[in-house]
Design a protein around this ligand. Structure first.
Ligand SMILES: [Zn+2]
Length: 182
């Protein structure tokens, strides 16, 4: 099959970490290590020759006051969320990185937007079978992967417990690289 007849694929990667705020481990239920993992994933993709941008939200406000991953007016008008929206174009694969304590296994959330889910399905399958990600259906509340116009998007939930070794990293890089149009 000629390249022009194959399905369009992304040509670059945008990695986001909307929950970078950390006050203390006990207070911050969720994203103690997402910023570090987002940067590690970006470095590894860059080393693999991928065109990648990483955008970590400023650690300026508690998530209970502003959740940048929720479809509310406060998030939509947030300057960081707006800059993420601006960064996304028709060639962009969006990887929205989060972390969670007491999690044994890394899992991903699929976009609930039907077109995004369909477009991203081949990547989700390879992440599941080749990089060990458990696959869960996401919901509309996940603002970043659903509402910012990315054609391909997935939310990656990484365990704080393995944030140093990141057993998912190398295989994930291979899956993402294979999914891109080269
Ligand atoms: Zn999060």
């Amino acid at each position: 099959m000629s390249k022009s007849k194959s399905k369009p694929k992304p040509q670059r990667v945008l990695i986001t970490a909307p929950h970078a705020y950390t006050l203390s481990r006990s207070d911050n239920v969720g994203d103690a290590t997402s910023a570090a993992s987002a940067r590690a994933l970006a470095h590894a993709l860059h080393d693999a020759g991928v065109d990648v941008t990483v955008m970590v939200a400023p650690s300026d406000i508690h998530r209970s006051r502003l959740d940048r991953n929720r479809a509310r007016a406060s998030a939509a008008s947030d300057p960081w969320v707006q800059s993420v929206r601006t960064e996304i174009d028709a060639r962009t694969l969006l990887l929205d990185v989060h972390s969670f304590p007491f999690l044994e296994r890394h899992y991903l959330l699929t976009a609930s937007t039907p077109a995004v889910q369909t477009n991203t399905a081949p990547l989700v399958e390879s992440l599941q079978t080749q990089a060990g990600w458990d696959v869960r259906q996401g919901s509309r509340i996940n603002h970043i992967i659903n509402d910012l116009s990315a054609k391909w998007a997935v939310l990656l939930e990484t365990p704080d417990a393995t944030s140093i070794t990141r057993p998912w990293l190398a295989d994930t890089v291979r899956c993402v690289k294979d999914f891109l149009d080269d």
